[in-house]
Design a protein around this ligand. Structure first.
Ligand code: NDP
Length: 302
């Protein structure tokens, strides 16, 4: 049994028949990715013995050590990595191979060891899309979308909306200049669809009968005392609210939305969805979303 969290300096080499997977971050102690992936690996191992030699760990990697960590991990037997705060953008200069969607999103949350090099992917967008369809039984492309925030998670969300053909997408962020940067970055990457930039929170699609999805991609909500990023009492619409925050399970935004009887969901489905896609990339197999969701819920309630 390997210990829970490793530092790069005390990372043991895996046996040649073992396959290592890991999440790298700083800080990484609170990540529940090992529980989620271990549950799915157990299901895979039931049908294919090779997966009993796969294991998933947490590795504390400071920003300055990321470049050094990547070859060390490959040498130690790691074949799949997830990246979380603060590595998703910082890793880009260290990659020679990148999936097209990750390049457009400008961030990588998954690395796969392919033909002797790390290849970067971004599974956050697909995780979000699957989570929305599961939660609301409406596919992402059928929504008009307002994304709150303009950081990495917002960029993945806006890009995914465009990839999937959402006709109308708007961004509202506390700092409008950052929203402008996001919009220009997408245009530079040949995503030419017009994205509305909102200077204040309003429903730019008012009057239309189509459902409007509000996605919270700000970090507001992570602390239980955080206010809602927007005031839902001031606007009306056929709203659905997806909050990327999953811990706490119910944010102030979700509480406000429930008061107005809007359907709501938290970010746990996205967390599981992105994990499932990463494991599919590494294993080449379909993975058990049920096992991953159950493990995620259990880990959060501990
Ligand atoms: P970033 O730090 O890149 O972006 C943070 C965003 O939040 C910015 O738009 C920032 O606005 C905004 N913000 C921060 N504080 C405030 C505030 N007090 N009032 C209003 N806006 C604020 O973070 P990420 O994009 O990486 O992550 C955003 C959220 O998404 C986090 O909660 C993260 O946990 C969650 N997430 C969830 C995932 C999942 O699987 N469920 C996956 C990835 C992320 P400004 O530009 O003005 O500073």
């Amino acid at each position: 049994m390997l210990k829970e969290t490793f530092l790069l300096d005390d990372l043991p080499k895996l046996q040649p028949d073992q396959v290592g997977l890991a999440v790298l971050g700083h800080p990484i102690k609170h990540s529940i990715s090992p529980e989620i992936h271990t549950a799915a690996l157990k299901v895979l191992a039931d049908s294919s013995e090779e997966f009993s030699r796969w294991s998933y760990h947490k590795i504390e990697v400071e920003p300055a050590s990321l470049a050094k960590a990547l070859p060390i991990l490959a040498d130690h037997g790691y074949r799949g990595l997830n990246l979380t705060i603060p590595h998703k953008v910082d890793v880009l200069p260290h990659l020679s191979l990148m999936d097209e969607q990750a390049r457009i999103m400008g961030a990588v949350n998954t690395l796969s060891w392919e033909n002797g090099a790390w290849k970067g992917y971004n599974t956050d967008g697909i995780g979000l899309s699957k989570a929305i369809e599961d939660a609301f039984t409406i596919s992402l492309k059928e929504f008009q979308v307002i994304v709150l925030g303009a950081g990495g998670a917002a960029r993945a969300a806006v890009a995914q909306c465009i990839f999937e053909g959402c006709e109308k997408v708007a961004i509202y962020n506390r700092s409008i200049d950052r929203a402008q940067l996001l919009s220009s970055a997408l245009k530079e990457n040949e995503l030419n669809q017009e994205v509305l930039l909102l200077e204040s929170f309003l429903n730019p699609f008012a009057g239309s009968k189509e459902p409007v999805l509000i996605i919270n991609a700000t970090s507001l909500g992570l602390k239980s005392e955080d206010p809602s990023p927007v005031d839902l009492t001031q606007v009306d619409g056929n709203f659905y609210v997806y909050d990327m925050v999953y811990n706490p399970a119910v944010t102030r935004l979700m509480t406000e939305a429930k008061k107005k009887s809007y359907p709501v969901a938290n970010g746990l489905g996205m967390l599981v969805g992105q994990a499932a896609r990463s494991l599919e990339i590494w294993s080449g197999r379909e993975v058990s979303i049920e096992a991953m969701s159950e493990a995620a819920r259990a880990a959060i309630s501990r």
